[in-house]
Design a protein around this ligand. Structure first.
Ligand code: G3I
Length: 368
């Protein structure tokens, strides 16, 4: 990753263009901190696949041991929610970057790379987007948002999940897009609009379409792979800028990995000359036995099954888990354990002790 330290002229030009694009920059200081960030050099050290994690700005601020664990273990981080529309655009016309900037500042201070998540998604949208009532208005809001956010972090965030989860859970084909304000107003055009706008603002950024349920055995998962492949191919054929596919990899301990299906998919992705990233790995454990040692072993084994299938075919550009420690995980929001025990989906436990899952990740970082 080339070191990029913006000059003062560079900084001023960007500050001016960001302001012109409508960034309210709620505090000038935070604008300065974001643009003064240099691209870190830690990622990919020693030829290993970079490892990273989703982080929470609030926890980074309030929890020193968590912060130390992120610094000690991650070469890359991604905001779990702070760069989503809901956080950045709480009301129409207002851009708030305090929490996103705090993550960027933390990353800069510790020479950690940041991935961007996410620009065009059906989820995490603030209520006011429901009032968007015409295609022109939808395009204006989407483009303005992407210009403002991506220009603010140009040269700082080298890789963006531009489009997140475009497909329904059981798609017929690439036209089975998830209903949301973007599809309602713009149809399938929202994807090229989002990708082209991102590329225009930051031509060096790697643009990713990020999706889940790609790896399992079963008809609906095969349908998802087929539809996603069709979608990516059609973007390619239209010369839409696109560099990679993100396999979220929210694995379920009781779901089998479809090794052949996944590998066929990845080979076709390689033919399209797209990067593969593992973007949100974790293992949902709500149906696993309560006994901790048995549970942790099964979680690690599931991740091994997945990473082995991937690494036999491609070398992922990064492996990120959706959180580092069981102390902070989305899993209980949807998948609380029936026995009331805490979930254990991540590489460190709630006391920040390493679990077998971390050994598996380390093994594949050097293997692939
Ligand atoms: O911050 C409030 C807190 O004050 C309140 O007490 C609590 C009550 O439920 O809610 C807290 O906010 C929740 C937040 O997670 C906490 O981190 C939100 O309600 C909840 O909607 C939010 O969920 C996030 C979800 O995306 C929706 O944006 C999850 O943290 C986040 O892990 C999840 O991430 C997604 C990826 O973006 C895309 N792939 C799937 C992945 C997991 O669902």
């Amino acid at each position: 990753m080339p070191e990029h330290v913006p000059s003062r002229r560079d900084f001023l030009a960007r500050a001016v263009s960001a302001a012109a694009l409508g960034a309210s920059g709620t505090a000038e200081l935070s604008l300065v901190s974001a643009f003064a960030t240099s691209r870190p050099a830690r990622a990919g050290a020693a030829g290993l696949i970079p490892y990273g994690s989703a982080v929470r700005a609030g926890a980074l601020e309030s929890d020193a041991s968590y912060r130390a664990a992120i610094i000690g273990n991650c070469e890359m981080i991604v905001a779990e929610g702070e760069m989503k529309w809901g956080d950045i655009r709480p009301t129409r016309g207002e851009y708030r970057f305090e929490k996103a900037d705090a993550i960027i500042d933390f990353a800069r201070q510790n020479r950690i790379e940041v991935r961007g998540h996410t620009l065009a998604w059906y989820g995490g949208l603030p209520a006011w987007t429901e009032d968007i009532s015409s295609p022109a208005e939808a395009e204006r809001e989407l483009v303005d948002h992407i210009r403002t956010v991506v220009s603010r972090y140009r040269g700082v965030i080298p890789s963006w999940d531009v489009v997140n989860e475009p497909l329904v859970d059981v798609p017929q084909d690439a036209t089975s897009l998830r209903p949301c304000v973007w599809t309602r107003q713009l149809g399938a055009a929202y994807l090229p609009i989002a990708l082209r706008t991102t590329a225009a603002v930051d031509p060096d950024a790697r643009l990713v379409v990020n999706e889940y349920d790609i790896e399992f055995k079963g008809a609906r998962f095969a349908a998802k792979r087929k539809a996603l492949l069709q979608l990516l191919r059609s973007l390619r054929e239209k010369d839409v800028p696109l560099h990679g596919v993100g396999l979220q990899a929210h694995l379920f301990a009781d779901r089998a990995i479809d090794r052949d299906g996944l590998q066929q998919f990845l080979l076709q992705i390689a033919e399209l000359k797209l990067d593969v990233l593992v973007t949100e790995l974790d293992v949902v454990d709500y149906e696993l036995p309560g006994k901790i040692s048995a549970r942790d072993a099964l979680v690690a084994e599931k991740a091994r099954e997945f990473l082995l299938a991937v690494s036999e075919v491609v070398r992922p550009k990064a492996i990120l888990t959706w959180g580092l420690s069981d102390r902070y995980t989305w899993v209980p929001i949807y998948f609380k354990r029936p026995d009331g025990m805490p979930n254990r989906p991540l590489p460190l436990d709630a006391e920040l002790k390493r679990k077998p899952l971390f050994d598996v990740i380390d093994e594949f970082r050097s293997k692939a």
